[in-house]
Design a binder for this molecule. Structure first.
Ligand code: 8NA
Ligand code: MG
Ligand code: MG
Ligand code: MG
Length: 305
């Protein structure tokens, strides 16, 4: 059955939140440990028997989606206000991100705080992990897609590799949102054509050549955008017809599991729609004030804007 555009928007936000929440259980564990514990993706998913809670990845994505649904574009001042309004330190933020948001909260010069903390800016994956709403909203407009992904990164990530990571995840989400059929070669050709750095061009080229899940680990599982964005994209492209495989295979890599699964899940959910997320997982996503129902209605608001 054809997947509607609204189901793609819902699939992407919920796919991101579920990946984040499941991956968050295993953040910073080693692949060896996870492989001993779980025989594969199915046993990982069956392990979930209680509520799963999302982390900063989803919390910051909500901020972006709210700004886009309200205003139709990312404006720096509104985005910072939304980061502050959605700031829940217990969700677990990157250490630079925490400093920057707290500076925003205090009305300080947050850009100065950010560049003092990481000279040259952060190249963490924090801009990429939250960018999916930009990919959904601007799926038919390449220039706006890239510019708005950049704008959404700047308050916390001015390093070119942090920004480019966000642009590539936004582009991957946009690609699958606008096309019914997934054409792997075409997908990678387009993403590689968007690369500005040799670093991403090389990694995405390697990602495009991967033929098995065993090869995914070679792309990285770290907190830096370059060590996680290509991995998330590759995991989706390996299992484009399975949400569970897409997120499960990156969670089993260990390391920054929540963020890998958030990014991969946002792409997969936009491709397959919300009904492709196993009930075993979606049914256990937290029902807090900004939990499952809120995310579904936020996705619909974004779709209708
Ligand atoms: P960030 O800007 O603090 O960057 C994340 C990390 O990347 C930093 O803490 C550094 O280790 C490293 N890094 C980034 N830029 C530089 C640089 N220029 N020089 C040296 N090191 C650098 O925050 P972010 O928003 O990019 O981070 C996203 C990550 O934070 C995600 O994995 C997310 O899940 C969250 N996170 C939370 C926890 C937790 O407390 N549960 C643990 C890890 C990550
Ligand atoms: Mg997180
Ligand atoms: Mg599609
Ligand atoms: Mg993380």
């Amino acid at each position: 059955m054809a997947v509607s555009l609204e189901q793609r928007f819902q699939g992407s936000l919920l796919g991101l939140a579920v990946g984040d929440a499941l991956g968050g259980r295993f953040e910073a564990q080693s692949a060896e440990h996870l492989r001993q514990r779980f025989s594969g993706v199915e046993s990982l998913i069956n392990y979930v028997t209680d509520e799963i809670w999302y982390t900063d990845d989803t919390q910051m994505t909500i901020a972006l989606a709210e700004v886009l649904a309200d205003q139709g574009e990312i404006l720096e001042e509104s985005l910072c206000a939304a980061f502050v309004g959605n700031y829940v330190p217990s969700r677990g933020y990157g250490r630079g991100a925490r400093m920057v948001i707290e500076a925003m909260e205090e009305g300080e010069d947050y850009r100065a705080v950010a560049s003092k903390y990481f000279p040259g800016g952060s190249y963490g994956n924090g801009a990429a992990m939250r960018v999916a709403p930009v990919g959904l909203f601007f799926h038919n407009d390449e220039a706006m897609l890239l510019e708005q992904a950049r704008q959404s990164a700047l308050p916390t990530h001015v390093h070119p590799l942090g920004i480019e990571g966000a642009q590539l995840i936004a582009a991957a989400v946009a690609y699958v949102t606008r096309s019914d059929e997934f054409k792997r070669d075409d997908f990678f050709r387009w993403l590689i054509s968007l690369c500005q750095s040799e670093e991403y061009r090389e990694k995405l080229t390697a990602a495009s050549e991967i033929k098995s899940t065993e090869q995914l680990a070679g792309l990285g599982n770290g907190i830096e955008a370059l060590e996680s964005v290509p991995t998330a994209i590759a995991s989706f492209a390996l299992s484009p017809e399975s949400y569970a495989e897409t997120i499960g295979n990156v969670i089993l890599l260990g390391g920054d599991a929540d963020t890998l699964a958030a990014m991969a899940g946002a792409i997969s959910g936009a491709h397959l729609g919300v009904d492709a997320i196993p009930k075993q997982l979606l049914g256990r996503l937290e029902e807090s004030p900004k939990g499952k129902s809120y995310l579904l209605s936020l996705a619909s608001r974004l779709f209708l804007k």
